[in-house]
Design a protein around this ligand. Sequence first.
Ligand code: AKG
Length: 266
Amino acid sequence: MKIGCIQLDIAFSDPEKNFSQVEKWVREAATKGAELVVLPETWNTGFDLPHLEELADQDGKKTKELLSKLSKELKIHIIGGSVATKKNEQFYNTMYIYSNQGELVSEYDKAHLFQLMDEHLYLQAGDAMNRFSLDNIEAGGVICYDIRFPEWLRAHALAGAKVLFVPAQWPKQRVDHWKILLQARAIENQCFVIAVNRRGHDPNNEFNGHSMIIEPWGNVLWTGAEDEELAVIDVDFSIVDEIRTRIPVYEDRRTELYNSILSPKN
Ligand SMILES: O=C(O)CCC(=O)C(=O)O
């Protein structure tokens, strides 16, 4: 499958500009032959959390309209990064997944809120897993800081995911963590990891891309540059099963042992 990664330079606090940029880039990805496209985290607003009341997308309506229209018209799957949303009077960091038929196949609210950037002060955390299937490829999706929680990604893999999508706004100063954590998550879960970071800056942080596609043996198939970029990379998802047989990690897990330590009976 040809995967388009859009390493967007998000305009801070300017949803209108970001909606038109996203439309332009998704159209360009389709022109370049992408069958699935991945966007970064909170691409509608950037991290302008204090102004969510004015900026957040009410019920994700505007985002859903755009992604549904583009996925249907261009016949392209869209991993919609994430957007700041307002639902039931509360704010969320929400990921929408659209199939190439224009159907919403999954909606996920970021489960782990990043205290270093004050997310916990403004947003509600989601509790639901993000599992879906596109063209019979079993997938999962998490957002940025979620990759620091191996048990959360493992849960998606145990539930069947063979590829994990990771939209992010990961700051430049910790990009070494980003690369190592993504590679580790791919190796330990023996799955593809397709992670798209933004580039550019906001008032507090600089973001320097380094988006990555990693295969289940841990080899990096593609790393994004430091500029705004659209890359279209051909990925063969069929290798997952062979790698899972080569080292039978799932078979060798000792769940009872872990459970007895984490929840002793007495
Ligand atoms: O974990 C990190 O260092 C970065 C996380 C982050 O920026 C986020 O979740 O938005």
